[in-house]
Design a protein around this ligand. Structure first.
Ligand code: ZN
Length: 297
């Protein structure tokens, strides 16, 4: 899907709405209150009516689109821009491209991002790399320790040839690492590769992973690849993330970091899929409401 395709296929809000209806209710329109079958009103094409409970609703009610006064075509355009931007796109860029206010652009991006949160996360298997990185903060150049103290921790877990997971973590203690390993990696994993951070061996024990399944790469000795023992695939995802933070979002607040990580992960895991745009819209029309108050609380 390109912007040109979008202009051609979805040139009216009615066409956008028809697509959302098919994505939200692939088996026919269902009442959002009682789940009975509903029909479109003859008089008001934008509304559906449920005979069983006498309820009227629209396709966007109770979703990420809820209460938006923007045309659906604008939503579709921003969604496509967000899908296509491998390193992310800033609210300022959306503001300039679409000629909307910064606040509108910011809220729009955050709502689409919220829908990009992945609900089901199957356990990772095979060869899995776990790595940690530090983002944000201002104190670069005051020594590694001072810099790290000011920064936010991101834990990356990636199955080789498979999915990526990114988390905004509290710290990199063995307890924290164990929690993320246990929640995301199958106990039947073949091997987990990490760097030489001393917290990892204890984290493996905490996560119930046998020590023989843990391989360590010693970056300190400038060894980055030792046969199959490397963390290069998770590091390539980190570098994309960092370029996104530096180049696109500039400084993102700690509060919204998890949401940006969700966006990055969602797009990364679907980068080879032709239906990325449709899948994003499907998530948007099934994700719950995100109010401005909640976002800025
Ligand atoms: Zn009903």
């Amino acid at each position: 899907m390109t912007l040109v395709d979008l202009e051609r296929l979805f040139d009216t809000d009615e066409k956008c709405r028809e697509l959302l209806v098919r994505l939200r209710w692939p088996n026919g329109v269902e009442c959002t209150r009682c789940h009975g079958m509903a029909t479109e009103l003859e008089t008001e094409k934008q509304l559906f009516y449920c005979k069983d409970c006498n309820y009227q609703f629209s396709v966007t009610a109770g979703t990420i689109f809820n209460d938006s006064h923007l045309p659906l075509r604008t939503w579709f355009t921003v969604t496509l821009l967000l899908c296509e931007a491998r390193k992310g796109i800033s609210a300022n860029q959306i503001k300039r491209t679409l000629g909307v206010s910064y606040k509108t652009a910011w809220y729009l991006c955050h709502r689409i991002r919220a829908a990009m949160k992945e609900a089901d996360r199957p356990m990772l298997n095979g060869t899995v790399e776990v790595d940690e990185t530090f983002v944000g903060g201002k104190k670069i150049g005051y020594g590694v320790k001072a810099a790290k103290a000011e920064k936010e921790v991101v834990i990356g877990i990636r199955q080789r040839g498979g999915d990526l997971r990114l988390f905004h973590a509290q710290d990199v203690t063995s307890g924290t690492l164990a929690k993320y390993i246990k929640e995301n990696i199958s106990a039947d994993v073949d091997v987990i590769v990490t760097d030489e951070l001393p917290a990892y061996p204890k984290a493996m024990i905490g996560a119930g992973i046998h020590g023989s399944k843990h391989e360590t790469i010693r970056h300190k000795d400038r060894v980055y690849v030792q046969g199959n023992v490397h963390t290069n695939t998770v590091e390539s995802a980190f570098s994309l993330l960092k370029r996104g933070i530096v180049g696109t979002w500039h400084r993102i607040s700690a509060k919204h970091l998890a949401a940006y990580l969700d966006e990055m992960q969602f797009r990364f895991n679907r980068r080879k899929r032709a239906d990325l745009f449709l899948d994003t819209l499907r998530h948007m029309v099934t994700a719950p409401v995100l109010t401005f108050e909640k976002l800025t609380a």
